[in-house]
Write a protein of this length. Structure first.
Length: 134
């Protein structure tokens, strides 16, 4: 894609990571981490926490769909050839987004695994986050 399209797509990622990182810090600082906990157990102590975590999972899943659509499908579309010009990295990028979205949706449907899904979302651990590991 053109530099201006890639810049616009990256700006959305920066905004997403900033909002998500703030939300994850709040979520993890207000409840004890328990890998086996079901999300319904948090309704008894802090009713807002369940809704907050569900919103974070929805927010991140929606961003994954946006990111895959814009950063691969839109940027790699070649209107002259009427096809996508995918690189090998694009295939891996799309696979990452599909698997991550499936995991977050599964955590919401099953009602468990939400904390491990949030660990995966934490921008410090995510290679595209504001503080990626080298």
């Amino acid at each position: 894609g053109t530099p201006s399209k890639e810049c616009a797509a990256s700006c959305a990622g920066i905004c997403h990571s900033t909002i998500l990182c703030t939300g994850l810090i709040v979520a993890f600082s207000t409840e004890k981490y328990d890998v086996a906990a079901k999300i319904d157990t948090y309704t008894q102590t802090t009713g807002w926490w369940k809704k907050f975590v569900d919103a974070l999972l929805q927010f991140c899943t929606a961003y994954m769909l946006y990111d895959a659509t814009i950063n691969v499908l839109w940027l790699r579309w070649n209107p002259t050839l009427v096809k996508f010009d995918f690189s090998p990295d694009d295939v891996l990028f799309l696979a990452h987004h599909i698997v991550t979205s499936f995991y977050m949706i599964s955590a919401r449907v099953i009602g468990a695994g939400h904390q491990s899904a949030m660990i995966c979302m934490f921008p410090i651990c995510h290679p595209c986050g504001p503080f990626p590991f080298p």
